[in-house]
Unconditional design. Structure first.
Length: 384
């Protein structure tokens, strides 16, 4: 298929893709009756049922305001296409898929659709044993190890859709895929701050693949596990353990902002997060002096990057040794499980399974609440 697009044309399209994307046209209105299928926690997308098709509107594809992106999913080839503007039209069944974020990999696996995957950038990042088996069979192509998917190779694979994550650089190729006739729906899950909001994006993938009912069932099970775990923590029942989070990088301390996904998980687990008064949905950038003043006596340190031992951590930056949590060996990382080629499962499965993260955090903060539970993602440095 790459022969259809010369390198000259590709360069021309690429040079104007930013302009075309910035001029994303308003979707307009549809002159049909649609039934909205309400989301419970996700705010970034909506799903509507029409006559023989579903419609997805993504209102939070990337930070800032923008016109919603609209994707039409025809439930079979004979379905009528409603009048209106669509950013992509996908006809079921979908047979070949490209993903661009490891957080999308569990969606396919839980939906029993892993065999649809034909391409992914940097296969070493994938932890899923099922997908790694497919990689070993040479059924999935590596689309490059840089920040951006190899466009020409992706086009050669002729996928029915490529799911774009705006957290990386693949948004730059959005117009290129459109010109090549490839549906490129945008997954904005990372913009959701409620943990169950991110998990609910499995319904987005399920809708694209014609697996709505299964996706809904998966989410319901995760939601119930999450809510049941959260009920173990009663406000005011105990003195909450103080928690420090984050790590130093180039003399800047990065930690979750107070409204962020990570901070909400700590709150749900009953932790007294040291930076809970620091607003933000992303990463805070703090000075070491400020962190030391506020968090020197915090009892537990959650999310200390990928250090293998306390000694390694202290060697990486001796200033860590001034914190009580470090001195008492109460430092936890999220790297307990890794794939065969080094991919960290927390970064792959965590968005879909906040119930596992929550149970881990409760086990760390209140071990008596889950006496028979073993940590899934987290491990205490030097515990093994």
């Amino acid at each position: 298929m790459s022969g259809l697009l010369s390198k000259t044309i590709l360069l021309i399209i690429f040079s104007i893709s930013f302009l075309l994307f910035s001029c994303h046209a308003p979707p307009g209105k549809l002159d049909v009756d649609l039934e909205e299928i309400p989301m419970e926690f996700a705010k970034g997308f909506k799903v509507f049922q029409g006559n023989g098709y579903k419609l997805i509107e993504v209102s939070q594809a990337f930070p800032g305001s923008h016109e919603p992106f609209r994707y039409l999913i025809k439930e079979d080839k004979e379905s009528d296409k409603p009048q209106g503007k669509f950013d992509a039209v996908i006809t079921l069944p979908v047979e070949k898929v490209i993903l661009t974020s490891t957080t999308h990999i569990p969606h396919l696996e839980y939906l029993d659709q892993s065999e649809l995957l034909v391409g992914f950038p940097n296969l070493d990042l994938i932890s899923s044993e099922k997908v790694r088996d497919l990689i070993a069979q040479n059924r999935i192509k590596d689309l490059g190890r840089g920040a951006q998917t190899n466009f020409e190779l992706a086009v050669d694979l002729e996928p029915d859709l490529i799911m774009i994550s705006t957290l990386g650089e693949d948004l730059r190729s959005l117009e290129l895929f459109k010109q090549a006739g490839i549906a490129a729906p945008i997954n904005g899950e990372y913009l959701e701050q409620h943990p169950l909001g991110r998990a609910e994006w499995v319904k987005f993938t399920g809708t694209l693949l014609g697996k709505w009912e299964k996706a809904n069932s998966i989410f319901e099970a995760i939601k119930m596990a999450y809510l049941n775990a959260s009920e173990l923590i009663q406000d005011g029942e105990n003195i909450k353990p103080t928690v420090i989070s984050g790590i130093m990088y180039n003399d800047i301390w990065y930690a979750p902002g107070a409204e962020s996904w990570g901070a909400q998980l700590l709150e749900a687990a009953g932790g007294d997060y040291i930076f809970k008064t620091q607003p933000g949905t992303g990463s805070l950038q703090l000075s070491y002096e400020y962190v030391l003043e506020k968090a020197q006596d915090a009892s537990i340190w959650i999310g200390a990057a990928d250090h293998k031992t306390l000694f390694d951590m202290g060697q990486a930056d001796p200033r860590y040794q001034y914190f009580k949590a470090f001195q008492e060996g109460k430092v936890y990382t999220y790297t307990l499980k890794k794939g065969a080629t080094g991919g960290i499962e927390y970064f792959e499965l965590g968005y879909l399974r906040p119930d596992l993260i929550l149970q881990d955090l409760i086990k760390i903060l209140y071990p008596e609440q889950l006496p028979n539970y073993s940590l899934y993602f987290y491990t205490r440095l030097d515990e093994k």
